[in-house]
Design a protein around this ligand. Structure first.
Ligand code: PAF
Length: 286
C-alpha cells in the first residue's frame, strides 16, 4: 500500500495503471476510520484493481469551527486498517495541497441540499461537493463508494455526478451498526460511556418506528419518533423527517413514495449524530 501526500504523485501512480486498463475505485473519507469505512474499502477492493482511499478532514464542509477542531484525527491507525482492508493507495493531502487558493465554486443542487442537513448546516454540502469533485478530478475513478448513513450526502453526490456528467459509478453501501444497533460513526469516538449508552435510543427508536409505521400515518409516525427522541435521557433531537428517498422532500402519505426514509439528527451530549431508516417494504395499513 502506498501512502501519498501530493496530487502529482498520486496522478503519476494512477495514470499508467488506468492506461493499462486497471479499474480504479475511490473511497473518500475524513479518517478516524471504523468498520463502516472498512466495509466500503473491502467492497471497493473486491470490485476494482486499485483502491484509492482519501483521508482528509475537509475544512470547507464544517460550518462550525469548533466541530472542525474537535474532529478526531488518527492517521497511523487509519493506515493500519486500510492496509488490512486491501487499499492500494492512501491519499493524505494537506489543506494547502487541496486548496492552494480558496475554492469559490458554489454548488446548488436544490431542492436536495436545502432540507435536513442542508438547512441545519449552511454551506455543508457546498463544501462536500467542492472536495468530492476535486477528488473525482484528481483520481478519475471508475467507481466511488459512500455510506448510506450520510443518506442525504449520497443523494447529493449522485445528483452532482448526474448534472456534471462525471463518468463515475456511485456505489452506496449499507449502514454498519455496532452489535447493540448504534450506527458506526467517527464521531462516536467523542461519546463518553454515558453518552454512548444514551445514544442507543436513536437507532432503537428508528428501528421500532418501522413497526409503528405499519399501522399509523406518516404524521403520526413522525410525531411518535419526535416524542420518543425528545423524552430520551441525554438526547436533544435537531430534526426527524420522513422524506421520499429520491427527492428528499417530505411526504404526507406512505403511498406518495416507493422508498420513504426516516432521517434524524440528534445531539447526544455535545456530539451531533445522524441516523436513518427505510420504511420501504413496511406493509402500511394506515
Ligand atoms: O462522508 C464523509 O466522510 C465526507 O463528507 C466526505 C465524503 C469524505 C467528504 O469530505
Amino acid at each position: 500500500m502506498e501512502i501519498i501526500h501530493r496530487i502529482k504523485e498520486l496522478q503519476a501512480a494512477l495514470v499508467p495503471m488506468r492506461a493499462a486498463g486497471k479499474q480504479v475505485g475511490l473511497v473518500p473519507t475524513m479518517g478516524a476510520l471504523h468498520e463502516g469505512h472498512a466495509s466500503l474499502v473491502g467492497r471497493a477492493a473486491r470490485e476494482n484493481d486499485l483502491t484509492v482511499v482519501s483521508v482528509f478532514v475537509n475544512p470547507t464542509q464544517f460550518n462550525d469551527q469548533n466541530d472542525l477542531k474537535k474532529y478526531p484525527r488518527t492517521p497511523e491507525a487509519d493506515c493500519r486498517l486500510l492496509e488490512a482492508c486491501g487499499a492500494t493507495h492512501v491519499f493524505l493531502p494537506s489543506v494547502e495541497e487541496m486548496y492552494p487558493s480558496p475554492d469559490t465554486r458554489q454548488f446548488d443542487f436544490a431542492p436536495l441540499d436545502k432540507v435536513m442537513e442542508g438547512a441545519c448546516r449552511p454551506g455543508h454540502f457546498n463544501g462536500v461537493c467542492q472536495v468530492v469533485s476535486k477528488l473525482f478530478d484528481i483520481v478519475q475513478p471508475h467507481r466511488a463508494y459512500f455510506g448510506e448513513k450520510d443518506y442525504q450526502q449520497l443523494a447529493i453526490i449522485r445528483e452532482m455526478v448526474r448534472r456534471l456528467h462525471y463518468r463515475i459509478d456511485i456505489v452506496g453501501c449499507p449502514i454498519v451498526r455496532a452489535a447493540d444497533g448504534l450506527a458506526l460513526s467517527s464521531r462516536n469516538a467523542r461519546l463518553s460511556a454515558t453518552d454512548r449508552r444514551e445514544a442507543l435510543a436513536i437507532s432503537r427508536t428508528l428501528l421500532e418506528s418501522r413497526a409503528f409505521a405499519a399501522t399509523h400515518s406518516v404524521q403520526e409516525t413522525k410525531q411518535h419518533v419526535e416524542q420518543l427522541l425528545a423524552a430520551a435521557p441525554g438526547l436533544t433531537p435537531e430534526y426527524f423527517e420522513i422524506v421520499d428517498g429520491t427527492s428528499l422532500q417530505t411526504i404526507d402519505a406512505w403511498s406518495r413514495s416507493e422508498n420513504p426514509m426516516g432521517c434524524a439528527a440528534v445531539f447526544c451530549g455535545p456530539v451531533r449524530l445522524i441516523d436513518n431508516t427505510s420504511y420501504a417494504g413496511v406493509p402500511h395499513t394506515a
